[in-house]
Design a protein around this ligand. Structure first.
Ligand code: SF4
Length: 696
């Protein structure tokens, strides 16, 4: 019998993915329990992670006091004053010796809007550094760059999730929601589903059509689908003429991607390409959605742009009941990129190089815009520069575990180890925290108030069920404590989430992601508020904007832009030494680096360790059988995993999930080629060999 909450319960949201399913948290007979609420994205459902989320509150190795590394290299308990004094003194010393850009901050897409905002302000004002970026760079940055270029504004889904339920056809490129966000699947049930994925995922198994391209060739496939849309008469010429610009330039590239050439490059048969376009073309309402599989490439921005081109040619974006969207991954992946923890952005989704944006934000912060630093390094470039000449000497990590989640993880760990000071704020001793000089134990989801913004741009209230354990502080309290020790006035760094949100509203006013009309009071009254939601001092409150672009796109001329993009190979293709492709991804039971979900017994039992999926013929050639230990080796290193024989795998490809630490880290093999625009690393394809290995 599932335990239920007999008493009062608190309405809040799941701590994990960007769907942000509604839950009610309460105290059952066996401890804290979560029950699904009728929130529109989950309609009374949760996935395994959501049901078991209360277990996070009592994980056995929960951090309950700060840790400071002593002269002998031991992490020892310390009181808060000692820990914060130590951090502040060492930051000041490093800044005096090496300048403000020797200090760096690495944030996370799971932080609340309030934390993301205050972290950006802390970096630029209290530390005076431009060196701040976050793990969302590894998540949605390519789709964000492509969406901004195409539409003038990037919001993961520019329409509510529920709109998907009325679609006749949906193309999902590189997304596996049946495992990453299962409650989303019921919104896709009524549509003919077309899945583009090199693996036959659980989502692909439920699709009407599964296109299974060679890893790293999604862009060629998208160009080919556009080619067919135009040559087979599915292009909406009236829409293209009325609502877009740039079609001719995009077509100049796509015209060379005739179906047989696309089949040669991608392996997707011509008939399947045609069937996909015809299904979309015949639909009265259709969507094109991308996920990390299409985006986490050194050409991820162009790939997302090519799928947007297809959607534009079919006349979908900005039309009621149709559209393009990106399935954002992390819990606050959307809000996390709007409030200033990105290297190149200020709150309100403003560019840090824009003089007007700098003046506005500096005004809210009470400082001179000329004192605000400029753009810093992107996430991987920041990690790669740690401890180098001219690179950061100190790093503060909030809500992230780059020792597991960054590409070329062994190199990143070397860089982390080279720092003069590594500080990690977390609620568990993550792999990154264990290497830190100072660890600061912080509150987690059900112990704090705040707001999150889900994948449809809807701002949500995160509510507190109970206080954090003794010895634990909130991230806002940590930032306050450090800022004061660095010479900032206490008022500038409030510890109240509500006060931080009020300041965030002002900082976002007039920006692309305008939250100025959103308040805790409106959210607590149950209003569904999607940004942009400007304040209206002299009129009725703005109702928010659930659907963007219905009248016009956000470019000054109101038109969407086609992108002129062409296919290119991934940074690595198989050769004699590394004859296979490797691709990475997620499993149902785990989330991101697994630092949280690996600590939940039920989830860990469901997916206890690293594995590699491989076709039986490929395994046989490598001398491997089901359950063997295999070593998967790229030019950067090896990962060790149990063999899973999967007949639906491509014979040229293996798959490894990225949730596991130690020698089973998938990111020991991933590469560091970056997308030139989004600076996204190429997580989704590298060249490997596979051979029998020994268990670590
Ligand atoms: Fe939580 Fe995402 Fe699962 Fe919903 S789909 S319960 S938000 S992990």
């Amino acid at each position: 019998m599932p335990d239920t909450a007999p008493g009062p319960s608190v309405p809040t949201h799941c701590p994990y993915c960007a769907l942000q399913c509604g839950t009610r948290l309460g105290h059952g007979t066996r401890g804290t329990v979560a029950e699904p609420s009728d929130f529109p994205v989950n309609d009374g459902r949760l996935c395994q992670k959501g049901w078991t989320a209360p277990a996070l509150l009592d994980v056995p190795d929960r951090l309950r006091h700060p840790l400071v590394r002593d002269a002998d290299g031991r992490l020892l308990p310390a009181d808060w004053d000692t820990a914060l004094d130590t951090v502040a003194a060492r930051l000041l010393r490093i800044r005096d010796e090496h300048g403000p850009d020797a200090l760096a901050v690495f944030g996370g897409g799971g932080l609340t809007n309030e934390k993301a905002y205050l972290l950006g302000k802390f970096a630029r004002l209290a530390l005076g550094t431009g060196q701040i970026d976050y793990n969302g760079r590894f998540c949605m940055s390519s789709a964000a760059a492509a969406g901004t270029a195409a539409f003038g504004l990037d919001r993961g889904l520019p329409f509510p999730v529920r709109d998907l339920g009325a679609a006749d056809a949906i193309l999902l490129a590189g997304a596996n929601p049946a495992e990453t966000m299962p409650p989303l699947m019921r919104h896709l049930e009524g549509a003919d589903l077309i899945v583009v994925d090199p693996r036959r995922t659980r989502t692909a198994e439920r699709a009407a059509l599964h296109l299974q391209p060679v890893p790293g060739t999604d862009l060629a496939l998208a160009l080919g689908l556009l080619h067919i849309a135009v040559t087979d008469g599915w292009c909406d010429k009236e829409y293209v003429q009325r609502r877009t610009t740039g079609f001719d330039a995009a077509w100049r590239r796509a015209v060379a991607w005739w179906p047989e050439r696309v089949e040669r490059v991608t392996g997707v048969p011509v008939a399947e390409q045609r069937a996909a376009v015809e299904t979309l073309g015949r639909a009265r309402r259709a969507y094109v959605l991308t996920g990390r599989g299409a985006e986490q490439h050194s050409k991820g921005t162009d790939t997302a742009a090519a799928f947007i081109n297809l959607a534009l040619a079919l006349g979908l974006p900005g039309v009621m009941g149709s559209g393009y969207g990106c399935l954002t991954g992390q819990g606050n992946g959307q809000g996390g990129r709007e409030h200033g923890q990105k290297a190149d952005q200020l709150p309100g989704y403003r560019m840090i190089t824009d003089p007007a944006a700098r003046a506005h934000v500096a005004g809210v912060w009470g400082t001179d815009p000329d004192t605000l630093p400029g753009p810093g390094r992107s996430a991987y470039e920041l990690l790669d520069a740690l401890g180098t000449d001219g690179g950061p000497r100190a790093l503060l990590v909030f809500g992230s575990n780059p020792a597991v989640s960054a590409p070329h993880a062994a190199h990143v760990c070397d860089r982390l180890a080279s720092l003069d000071l590594l500080v990690v704020a977390d609620f568990v001793p993550s792999e990154t925290a264990r290497t830190a000089d100072v660890v600061l134990p912080v509150a987690q989801w059900a112990e704090e108030e705040g707001t999150m913004t889900n994948l449809e741009g809807r701002v949500l209230r995160r509510r507190r069920l109970h206080a954090p354990p003794d010895g634990v502080r909130t991230d806002l309290e940590v930032l306050h404590g450090l800022a004061v020790r660095l010479g900032q006035s206490a008022d500038r760094f409030p510890t109240s989430p509500r006060r931080v949100f009020e300041e965030l509203r002002r900082a976002s006013r007039g920006g692309k992601a305008d939250y100025s009309g959103i308040s805790y009071a409106r959210l607590d009254a149950g209003e569904a508020l999607h940004w942009p939601c400007p304040d209206t001092p002299d009129g009725d409150p703005h109702p928010g904007t659930p659907r963007l672009f219905l009248d016009r796109f956000a470019h000054p001329d109101g038109r969407a832009r086609f992108a002129e993009v062409d296919h290119r190979d991934p940074a690595e293709t198989p050769d004699a030494d590394h004859p296979l492709y490797a691709t990475t991804g997620r499993v149902l039971a785990h989330y991101q680096s697994g630092a949280q979900t690996r600590r939940v017994a039920e989830l860990n039992d469901a997916a206890p360790g690293p594995f590699v999926e491989i076709h039986p013929d490929t395994a046989e050639r490598a001398g491997l059988r089901e359950g063997d230990t295999a070593r998967v080796t790229s030019a950067r290193g090896s990962t060790v995993a149990r063999v899973r024989l999967v007949g639906s795998m491509r014979t040229d490809t293996v798959f490894v999930p990225f949730h596991y630490p130690g020698p089973g880290r998938a990111n020991l093999i991933t590469g560091t080629a970056l997308d030139p625009r989004s600076r996204m690393p190429e997580f989704k394809v590298c060249a490997v060999r596979i051979e029998p290995g020994t268990a670590a």
